[in-house]
Write a protein that binds this ligand. Structure first.
Ligand code: TYD
Ligand code: MG
Length: 458
């Protein structure tokens, strides 16, 4: 007989404990740990997948193969019909892969996948399973979005067993599950959305995808602090984890890859949300720029690099005398620790002390920037705000700052400069080692070597 034991799992990060405790030592979440009974018998989820797989003649687990002899023909990529989506997936959908699409409620996950299905169904067999909306609701939306619904197979179902069963019979190339949090696996007691349900459900779908060679898209909701609801474990088992984020003005949606077994991460795709659904923004380099006639102190455009292309965004900062003993340092869209580091570098290597000032930094448009090339524009914006002097119109900057106060070159310097010139910038501040080889007419390129050089520019 199968043994069962009780274990305590954190619903926020998936950490496991032998005993209950009030606060998770892994992620610090309070009251997130609950008891789960685990059985050593094959899990209910894997049984569900195994039953549905009986119709597939896949590889058996007990055979050893030559890696060079493995058949590659079936791993060709299928285009989603949206080049921005393909770019994030690393070039299209890989057969048998599992993709997790995460995002806040209302980000547009269902819309994106429904539109994708509309494109895919013209040449591929697709099954869309909705657990959150009724068939009519999806049909109404498809109608409103003018999606050609001929050939789209749809089911309203929340049982993973039934979904695997249906997909096993229909044998589609792509299966969409909206969303994993409302699905349940038969034989597991806890409520849908709980850690064990989500984990078993995702595991069953993954197993099903690998054996049947059907690509599976799972929608997952994100909690208020931006982590995938409940299970960090979800991210471990999928091949590709993509987050759909809405900017602050809700006009643009960015699709960002966090993990990809078949391509590069940090690639972003940009869509605009219109009354006719999501529309691709094929050349997004300048959509996050604020083109005001009047330039305000503390604001500056910068060129960052996202995945394989440049992106021009506006950075704003506010330096204001603090009324607190501990002045506030807040950064939205950039790394908070990096801000602290740069403030120390400024103090130590340029004698610029902001110890009695509150410092706020914001990336316009709700974008998140991880590129270190934001350091130089950040410092310029801080100086500009502190001195209350605007930076000349048409100025843009990029460059990384090191701990010894040196300004370091960044990758793709030439491409960044070209993009800035294309967007009409006339004064470009770059690290010395990124100086362009040939001059552009009417464009002034200023090279800088040390943080102290930046003070002469404003
Ligand atoms: P939805 O795909 O339902 O979000 P999710 O599945 O991620 O929860 O998208 C709903 C949001 O998109 C909602 O805020 C309204 C907006 N929207 C439009 O602006 N235009 C449209 O054509 C559609 C379908 C949705
Ligand atoms: Mg939805």
């Amino acid at each position: 007989m199968a043994k069962s034991k009780s274990i305590y799992i954190c619903s926020a990060c998936g950490a496991r404990y032998p005993r209950w405790q009030g606060i998770c030592s892994e992620c610090g979440e309070a009251a997130s740990i609950s008891e789960v009974i685990e059985s050593s018998a094959p899990s209910a989820g894997s049984k569900a997948a195994a039953r549905a797989l009986s119709g597939f003649a896949g590889a058996t687990e007990n055979t050893v193969y030559d890696l060079s002899g493995v058949d590659l023909t079936s791993k060709q990529r299928v285009s989603t019909g949206y080049s921005e989506f393909d770019r994030v997936l690393g070039g299209g959908i890989v057969a048998g892969s599992v993709v997790l699409i995460g995002g806040n409620p209302g980000a547009g996950k269902s819309t994106l996948l429904l539109q994708t299905v509309g494109k895919l169904c013209q040449s591929h067999k697709v099954l869309y399973v909705t657990g959150e909306e009724s068939l009519q609701q999806v049909a109404i939306r498809a109608n409103r979005l003018k999606i050609n619904s001929n050939g789209i197979k749809i089911a309203a179902q929340t049982s993973i067993d039934q979904i695997c069963q249906m997909a096993g019979e229909l044998k589609p190339e792509v299966l969409i599950v909206d969303s994993i949090q409302v699905m349940h696996v038969d034989g597991i007691e806890s409520a849908p959305g709980s850690v064990s349900q989500v984990r078993e459900g995702a595991a069953a779908l993954t197993q099903f995808a690998k054996k049947s060679n059907i690509a599976v898209f799972m929608i997952g909701h994100v909690t208020k602090d931006g982590t995938l609801a409940g299970p960090k474990i979800l991210e471990h088992c999928v091949d590709c984890s993509v987050i759909l984020e809405a900017g602050t003005d809700m006009r643009y949606r960015t699709l960002r890859c966090q993990k990809n077994r078949f391509g590069a991460v940090n690639e972003i795709g940009v869509f605009a949300m219109t009354d006719g659904g999501l529309v691709e923004v094929k050349n997004p380099s300048a959509i996050f720029l604020n083109r005001q006639e009047q330039v305000a102190p503390g604001s500056l455009a910068m060129v960052t690099w996202e995945g394989t292309r440049p992106l021009l965004v506006e950075l704003q900062s506010l330096v204001d005398s603090s009324i607190f003993n501990n002045p506030r340092r807040l950064s939205l869209g950039t790394d908070q620790n990096r801000l602290s580091m740069i403030l120390s570098v400024l103090h130590r290597h340029a004698g610029f002390a902001l110890a009695d000032q509150d410092v706020f930094v914001n990336i316009v448009g709700g974008l998140k920037i991880e590129d270190t090339s934001a350091d130089v524009p950040l410092v310029l914006a801080l100086i500009s705000s502190f001195k209350n002097k605007p930076i000349d119109k048409g100025t843009i900057a990029f460059g990384e700052i090191g701990l010894t106060g040196e300004i370091r070159p960044v990758a793709y310097g030439q491409e960044r400069i070209s993009e800035a010139v294309k967007q009409g910038f006339v004064k470009i501040i770059v690290p010395y080692d990124n100086a362009p080889r040939k001059k552009e007419n009417g464009v002034q390129v200023i090279t800088v070597r040390r943080v102290s050089d930046l003070f002469n520019l404003i």
